[in-house]
Design a protein around this ligand. Sequence first.
Ligand code: AMP
Ligand code: GLY
Length: 421
Amino acid sequence: MKKVLVIGGGGREHAIVWKLSQSAKKPELFCAPGNAGIGQLATCVPIKAMDIEGVVKFSKENAIDLVMVAPDDPLAAGMVDVLTENGIRAFGPCKAAAQIEASKVFSKALMKKYNIPTATYEVFTDSQSAIAYLRRPEQKFPAVLKADGLALGKGVVLPENLADAEAAAVEMLDHGQFGDSSKRIVIEEYMTGPEVTVLAFTDGKTVVPMVSSQDHKRAYDGDKGLNTGGMGAFSPSRHYTPEIAKQCMEEIFLPTVKALASEGIVYKGVIYFGLMLTPNGPRVVEYNARFGDPETQCILPRLKTDLIDIFDAVIDGTLDQVNVEWKEEACACVVMASGGYPLSYEKGYPISGLDEAAEKGTIVFHAGTVLKDGAFCNNGGRVLGVTALGADLQAALDKAYTGVHCIDWKDVHYRTDIGKK
Ligand code: AMP
Ligand code: GLY
C-alpha cells in the first residue's frame, strides 16, 4: 500500500486528501499539519508546513512513498529539492521553478523575454525612482504596485491616485511593509476584463490544463470589503470559452513551460495561471506555483482521473501518457468564515449542522477547524468550504448554499453572492 503525505492544513489540502482518499490505489494518507476535517481521512502529524527537516525525518521513518507539497512557502523554500535529494518522491516544483510565484521580478522578466502576454512593467528598488516613474504624465490610475516576494496574498495594491501611489511606494520600499518581499517592487500597467483561473498539471514538457474556475477575493457581497484568501469559487468560468482556452494554451501555458525549460528549469507540479481576459486578449495577472485555495475545492470534485496516477506521471515525466478526464457537472464552493475575518476574530465556537449539510449531498472541506470535546470548532479565519456539484452552475450553487444554510456557529460569516459575477 502506498503511503502519501500531504503538506499543509487548509481547505485546499482537505480537497487534495479527499480526492486521494478515492484513489483505486487505496493509499494510506498522512497530512502535516492537517486540520480536524482532514483528520477524518488522514493521519494528521504535528509537523509545521515549513519544517523541512521534520518532513524529511518523518518521511524516512515512516517510509512515505510520495510527499505532495501544497503551500507556497515550503515550495519557495525548496522543500521538494531537499526531499528529492534525500531520495523521497515529492510532487511540486523545485525551488528554482517556484520562483514564478515567489518573485514577481522573476516572473515578469520571464514573460517579457519570451513574449508571454502580461501587463507592461518596470522594477524599482528605491522609492525616488518609483515616484518619478509614477509622476510621468502618461501614468494612468489605478496604478498597480506589487511586492516582489510572497506577502500572504496581500502584496498587490491598486492606488486610485498619485498621492496614494507615492505613499504605497514609500511604504513598500522604505518602510519594509512586506519585509524583504518589498525590497523590490514591480509597477505595472492596469488591465481590465474578467479574471479567470486556470490550473495546469505539467511535467516540464506536457501541459494539461484543468477545468477553469473563478474565485471571490473580497470579504463581502458585491466585492466589498477587504481582500481575503478567497471567499468562494466556482468551476467552470462562463468567460473561458473553448476558443480562449486554445489561445491560452498556445500563447501562455505552453510558452511558460517552454520558457522555463529554456532557462534550464524543469517545472514539475501545478502552475496556477491567474488570467485577465482583456479586450486585447488573455493576459497573465500572476503565476502561482501550486494549487489555488479555494479554487482547488471546486476543481478536484470534477476530476475523474486518479490523482495519484497524475502525481506519479508528473514526477516521472510521463504526463503525455495520462488521459486526464473531467465531469461535465459544474462545482461551487462557498467559504464560511469566522466573523471579523480577515481582521480579528474569535475562535473556539462549536459548529452545528455539519452532518445535515453532508446529508444534503454537499462536501464540507475544512480550512480552519479543531476538535474540542468531540465537537468541531472554528479555529481560523476561513473555517469551511461548503462544496457541491450540480448539472449546471446554478444547480451547484443552490446545492452548496443548501449546505451552508444547515451550518451555524457564533458570528459565522459568508458571502451570499458566490457565482453571481
Ligand atoms: P495578484 O495577487 O497578483 O493576483 O493580484 C491581486 C489582484 O489584483 C488580482 O486578482 C487582480 O484583481 C488585481 N490586479 C493585479 N494586477 C493587476 C493589473 N495589472 N491590472 C489590474 N488588476 C490587477
Ligand atoms: N485563490 C488564490 C490563491 O490561491 O492564491
